[in-house]
Ligand binder design. Structure first.
Ligand SMILES: Nc1ncnc2c1ncn2[C@@H]1O[C@H](COP(=O)(O)OP(=O)(O)OP(=O)(O)O)[C@@H](O)[C@H]1O
Length: 573
């Protein structure tokens, strides 16, 4: 309940009127149903007795029966609409909120989760939360109010009967569901975990399909999938069995209650303490209350799963996502960055799990300088770019741009000034234009063609149908090199004054890579460019080269880069 409330509280507080209306309508439906049965029981018995003995007023009860049945239909309809509105809107709110938190995660935070598992949290777990409002809060609320009211009504006719009814309703709507919820907590947890495991496995198996096939690993994955499926089926079976047993006990309790009420009522009738029509009416009304109880048992059986789902969602929403400003952050003034400036890294250290990767690294890059950074695989080149982008936190040291400490700059401001081409930059499902305009939504078509020419992709894009040509999921209608060039074109479109390029020419043949490097001089204009690369950079492209070793940069070579070359040496089409 606490976990669910933490997730639902903001929405419920904002829409408390709608939530209360949903509860009120549920109560109204129960009152209409119970009232209908009460009046019908009284009416039928009264009419039966009148036939043999006294005169009976048929008009009022028949009008009440019709009126209540209409009321019940209308109220039930409104209750369903309103209850589902609350549940679905609440789900949508939690889903968008959770997604926003995920979107603010830094890559290292995201890397702690499996993709499929995150998908399961956003879909299965959030869906599971609907049980709580519909099958727990609403029926328990109506059971408490309608049960107390009807017990009081019964009690005014026969006090003993009122107490018995109250006791049985407390057992059936409180104690029994509580015991059932405790009994099924573990099974609920297992259901959510197995569901997430199945999604994660399916996701990974599809992503790695070719490799699994080539290495003959498909049977192993199939086996894992079968096992997870079996665990899910067993956990669901445990839930269903416990739920059915709970319902059986509840029905037996209700049966015993009806027998007790019949017996007590018959005695009272024999002693002239109560008229037969009133008694039958009250008895049928009490039976009408049972209608509320069955959803409570279903809800209680699913409570463990709700609890597990809420915990799994909280796990991603409660922690402070790295890019989400905390209250303290919000209070701090956000520094602005100058349009141009010197990029300076002073004595920076970065460690993963206390293992240093960058160790007292210094770098000074003047505005408009282009530098290359090399180094053996795993020496920390990507980490360095991530640290500049404030994606990877520093253990110590400072990074400034134009004298402003980057850690005091908000992400949107930073990303307007610095663009990163990561090793895993993706192509999104959509058109070529859609993929490019992520960097500059206002860019006209001519500008898109310009950058496509600069990365040697214009001819291919023309062939496949122009800027509106569709690229499949992950760019699967393009070759690896073409995907890379499209991502490069996106960076070229960016108005950022610093470009950080991680292996920009990976996947390109040497001639294309050389041509791209040479062209960089022209397209970068007066931008500051840091290129992490294993490739040979042609003469004159960068001003200086460094090697990253033992966590520091060693100056390798000073080069005379050609600045502001008017015409590129190669024709890009
Ligand atoms: N999220 C992480 N958690 C723990 N260790 C990490 C993480 N990311 C990187 N590392 C480790 O930090 C070291 C530097 O990684 P990094 O990716 O920066 O190297 P790199 O020089 O860019 O390598 P490559 O040239 O192969 O791309 C590696 O030993 C890597 O295993």
């Amino acid at each position: 309940m606490k976990l669910w409330w933490q997730l639902a509280e903001p929405w419920i507080k904002q829409h408390w009127r709608l939530s209360l209306l949903a509860l009120f309508l549920a109560l109204s439906t129960v009152f209409a149903g119970v009232g209908l049965l009460t009046v019908s029981g009284w009416f039928l018995t009264g009419a039966f007795l009148a036939g043999s003995a006294q005169a009976f007023n048929l008009f009022l009860p028949s009008a009440l029966v019709r009126g209540m049945s209409m009321w019940r239909i209308a109220s039930r309809y409104a209750e369903r609409v309103c209850g589902h509105m609350v549940t679905l809107d609440l789900q949508a709110e939690i889903r968008t909120g959770s997604f926003a938190r995920l979107a603010a995660f830094k890559p290292a935070q995201l890397a702690q989760y499996r993709d499929g598992d995150l998908l399961a949290r956003l879909i299965n777990d959030i869906e599971r939360l609907d049980t709580f409002f519909l099958l727990i809060i609403t029926p328990v609320f109506t059971a408490v109010i309608a049960g107390a009211f009807f017990s009081l009504l019964m009690g005014t006719a026969l006090p003993m009967v009122g107490w018995i009814l109250l006791l049985v309703l407390c057992l059936a709507s409180g104690v029994l569901p509580y015991l059932l919820a405790r009994q099924t907590a573990k099974a609920g947890l297992d259901v959510q975990a197995a569901n997430a495991e199945l999604r994660a496995l399916a996701h990974e198996a599809i992503a790695a399909h070719t490799d699994l096939l080539v290495f003959g690993m498909t049977p192993m994955v199939q086996e894992q999938f079968d096992q997870a499926g079996l665990r899910l089926a067993k956990a669901q079976q445990r839930l269903t069995q416990a739920g059915s047993f709970g319902t059986l006990v509840q029905q037996l309790l209700m049966g015993a209650l009806v027998l007790a009420l019949l017996w007590l009522g018959a005695n009272a009738q024999a002693q002239q303490e109560l008229s037969a029509p009133v008694w039958v009416g009250l008895l049928l009304g009490a039976m009408g209350l049972f209608e509320i109880l069955s959803p409570i048992m279903r809800g209680a059986a699913g409570l463990g799963a709700v609890q597990a789902a809420a915990r799994r969602i909280q796990d991603i929403t409660a922690g402070t996502a790295a890019n989400t400003p905390t209250e303290t952050d919000k209070a701090l003034p956000t520094a602005m960055l100058p349009a141009t400036g010197t990029l300076q890294l002073q004595d920076i250290c970065v460690a993963y799990d206390n293992k240093p990767v960058l160790n007292g690294l210094d770098l000074y890059v003047d505005h408009g300088q282009r530098i290359a950074i090399r180094g053996l695989s795993g020496t920390g080149k990507t980490t360095l770019l991530m640290a500049i982008m404030q994606i990877q936190p520093l253990s110590s040291g400072t990074i400034t741009y134009g004298g402003v400490n980057l850690s005091t700059v908000s992400s949107p401001v930073l990303y307007r000034h610095m663009a990163l081409l990561s090793q895993h930059s993706p192509v999104f499902m959509g058109t070529i234009a859609h993929n490019l305009r992520l960097a500059d939504p206002e860019a006209p078509d001519e500008r898109l063609w310009e950058v496509l020419k600069q990365v040697h992709l214009a001819a291919h894009v023309e062939q496949i149908g122009g800027l509106d040509a569709w690229v499949g999921e992950g760019g699967n209608t393009l070759s690896t090199g073409q995907i890379r060039r499209l991502c490069l074109a996106r960076v070229l479109l960016s108005k950022a004054s610093v470009w950080l390029l991680d292996e920009p020419t990976a996947g390109l043949d040497k001639a294309t890579a050389d041509a791209w490097f040479t062209n960089l001089q022209q397209v970068a204009k007066d931008r500051t460019v840091l290129i992490v690369t294993h490739a040979d950079v042609p003469e004159g492209v960068v001003d200086a080269s460094y090697i990253l070793t033992d966590g520091r940069l060693q100056f390798q070579a000073q080069q005379k880069a050609q600045k502001n070359v008017e015409k590129n040496t190669e024709e890009w089409v």
